[in-house]
Design a protein around this ligand. Structure first.
Ligand code: SIN
Ligand code: FE2
Length: 217
């Protein structure tokens, strides 16, 4: 490998972009964990398959979801909440693999949030056209801990606004292997994902997966 190529790879691996105060985009941070991460996801999805949940307003979400960890985020006609068992199977959610927890902890640390100990990982699957409307992550009890968000597969436009729903969101392109972290002053910022553009990712195919690590208690 030439010195020049090595320099560029290192640069890509460590490139960081500040999205707001307390919010950082770590480009390519997944790095060498990629293959093991994808294998671990396959096991989780085998035990707790993706499903389209229904919002309290009665709309079926375009994003399909599952979880791993001590609890999982669920929504149905009665509201949003964290639940210790998968309502589809009646069994506990799959355990959060150490590899995932470690990746999230390292990313949080890099973003300035040392000692992050997530207890839940919500896994979202976007097929082309799927989107996530602007919302705040506020079903957790502990807002001192950040949200750590890992992107795999097709690129997406992440919308990152402010504390008010009406704050105009900035747009960030999230690619395979990127990790976004938001906490501190931006922990409750409104965010969402624009409709996923069609495409084919060489490893993940025609989809985007997103993992958000949270500390809920
Ligand atoms: C979320 O806000 O839960 C998902 C964010 C994303 O898919 O990038
Ligand atoms: Fe969110």
């Amino acid at each position: 490998m030439t010195a020049d190529l090595f320099a560029r790879l290192t640069e890509r691996q460590s490139s960081q972009e500040v999205m707001a105060e307390g919010a950082v985009l770590l480009r390519g941070f997944v790095g060498k964990a990629e293959a093991e991460l994808i294998a671990a996801l396959r096991d989780i999805v085998g035990a707790a398959p993706f499903r389209h949940m229904v919002t309290p307003g009665g709309h079926q979400m375009s994003v399909a979801m599952t979880n791993c960890g001590n609890a999982g985020w669920v929504t149905d006609r009665t509201g949003y909440r964290y639940h210790a068992v998968d309502p589809e199977s009646g069994k506990p959610w799959p355990t959060m693999p150490l590899l995932l927890r470690d990746l999230a902890e390292r990313a949080a640390g890099r973003a300035g949030f040392g000692g992050f100990a997530p207890d839940v990982c919500l896994i979202n699957r976007y097929l082309p056209g799927a989107k996530m409307s602007l919302h705040q992550d506020k079903d957790e009890l502990d807002f001192a801990a950040p949200i750590v968000s890992v992107s795999l597969g097709l690129p997406a436009i992440f919308l990152f606004g402010g504390l008010k729903r009406s704050d105009k969101p900035r747009r960030f392109r999230l690619e395979h292997g990127d990790i976004a972290v938001w906490g501190g002053p931006s922990r409750l910022f409104f965010h969402g994902v624009a409709p996923l553009a069609d495409g084919e990712h060489p490893i993940m195919g025609s989809q985007r997966l997103n993992l958000t690590f949270r500390k809920i208690r």
